[in-house]
Design a protein around this ligand. Structure first.
Ligand SMILES: [Zn+2]
Length: 224
């Protein structure tokens, strides 16, 4: 269990660090950027320290450490891992709010990876997952896209690829293209989209009755 947790945790911190660094680089609020950088440096140093101690313990030959000493060292490591997970969760929630103020494609993509990785670790630890509002990604992707359009910028090929990867999980529904029947992901409050199959523009307002919205997950209630 310990190798799985430490390995997953170190990977999750790396993803989070990438996302925080990217966001801080584009953050207009200098104070907020400085704070994020500080949080990030702290996360990285804690990760490196944990990783180092884990490898040291793994490298120690059996005859030099008693079983008891090893067990104690392992439980110490586990405690530190839990402590780091909590810091990681807090850092990601902080980043989530920062992105909400100034969303961009790359950061959203990296943020999602960091959240997925962290949630995988939290699942191993049987802890609650990071609470991301259901519409968080679709809402901020739409805002990022609108912002670019206002600036007269178009998506680069790389950004289009990122969007394509993000949309299926962020989509709120789907529409079958009237021309080629390709299934396209749909987000709320988007008036039109370019079909991923034939490239035709689909006017979503005209065909809104054909959009299949994702069913809301209904919480199961215990029978009284
Ligand atoms: Zn089509």
């Amino acid at each position: 269990m310990l190798p799985l947790i430490i390995g997953g945790l170190c990977a999750a911190v790396s993803f989070a660090a990438g996302a925080i660094t990217s966001h801080a680089a584009g953050e207009k609020d200098r104070q907020a950027a400085k704070h994020l950088e500080k949080v990030n440096a702290d996360l990285i140093s804690k990760r490196d320290a944990l990783e180092k101690r884990y490898y040291e313990l793994s490298d120690t030959s059996k005859d030099r450490v008693s079983d008891l000493q090893r067990k104690l060292a392992e439980s110490e490591l586990e405690k530190d891992a839990l402590y780091l997970v909590v810091r990681l969760q807090n850092s990601l929630l902080l980043l989530m709010q920062a992105i909400d103020r100034e969303p961009s494609f790359e950061v959203l993509f990296q943020f999602r990876e960091a959240v997925n990785q962290t949630n995988a670790v939290l699942t191993h630890l049987k802890e609650d997952l990071i609470p991301i509002p259901k519409d968080y990604f679709s809402r901020n992707l739409t805002r990022a896209k609108t912002k670019m359009a206002k600036l007269g910028e178009t998506l680069t090929e790389e950004q289009k690829l990122l969007l394509h990867q993000l949309l299926p999980t962020a989509s709120e529904g789907c529409i079958s293209c009237p021309s080629c029947c390709h299934q396209n992901a749909v987000m709320k409050n988007v008036p039109s989209l370019k079909c991923g199959g034939c490239g035709n523009l689909i006017d979503l307002i005209n065909v809104q009755h054909q959009i299949q919205w994702n069913a809301k997950t209904v919480p199961s209630l215990a029978a009284g």
